[in-house]
Design a protein around this ligand. Structure first.
Ligand code: TIU
Length: 204
């Protein structure tokens, strides 16, 4: 039974921390730090770096609450047999999660070969085993892996709330549109809130 609510758009979302997971999408060095894959694609990484501090606050609050915390990493097999031409290779330093948000022992890390966190992974099995119903979502990039993962989650019956300051894009116009489309039409595939309101809901 839901016993808390997070202020969000288009309306308040009720949740129970016991059946809520914090899902942190692809906060990998390669996307967020200078000199990596993201920058090599011609992107400025600074807007993504701004997501680290608020995400860290939400991560600490979720850990304190004993919530399930799941991290994802986009990447491919080191032998590149599952690989498109641009590469994020498992085991390489750039593929790993930024130090500030590094997984704690016991927190599942989902290595995914695509943009969505559910495609060709065991994320759904992990969430089902834990009885998760609600996902608080952080990570990068808002319009690519975050959006794809939230759409996949919504189709599978999970209620997702995306924290606007904990998700980032290389393109300000995509950040705005990607958040707007989630909550349009009465919350067509999710809710949008922010770290301040999430922390208040978690009593942090
Ligand atoms: N994690 C994720 O969003 N993967 C991407 O490749 N995003 C880009 O925006 N390039």
């Amino acid at each position: 039974m839901a016993n808390k609510a997070i202020e969000a758009e288009p309306y308040e979302l009720e949740f129970d921390p016991k059946s809520t997971a914090l899902l942190i999408i692809d906060m990998q060095r390669d996307f967020v730090m200078p000199g990596g894959f993201g920058e090599a694609l011609g992107n400025d990484v600074t807007p993504l770096q701004a997501t680290i501090a608020p995400t860290k606050r939400v991560l600490e609050a979720a850990r304190k609450k004993g919530m399930l915390v799941i991290h994802t990493r986009e990447g491919h097999r080191p032998d590149l047999t599952d690989c498109p031409p641009t590469t994020l290779v498992r085991g390489e330093i750039g593929h790993d999660i930024v130090p500030e948000l590094y997984p704690a022992p016991g927190e599942p890390v989902i290595d995914k070969p695509g943009k969505g966190a559910f495609y060709a992974t065991d994320l759904e099995l992990i969430l089902r085993d834990r009885g998760s119903k609600t996902l608080i979502v952080c990570g990068v990039t808002t319009e690519v892996c975050v959006n794809t993962s939230v759409r996949e989650a919504n189709d599978r019956g999970y209620e997702c709330v995306v924290l606007s300051d904990c998700v980032g894009s290389y393109f300000p116009e995509f950040q705005k549109a990607a958040l707007a489309m989630i909550k349009a039409q009465g919350g067509i595939f999710g809710w949008v809130s922010d770290s301040r309101r999430a922390l208040a809901a978690l009593g942090a």
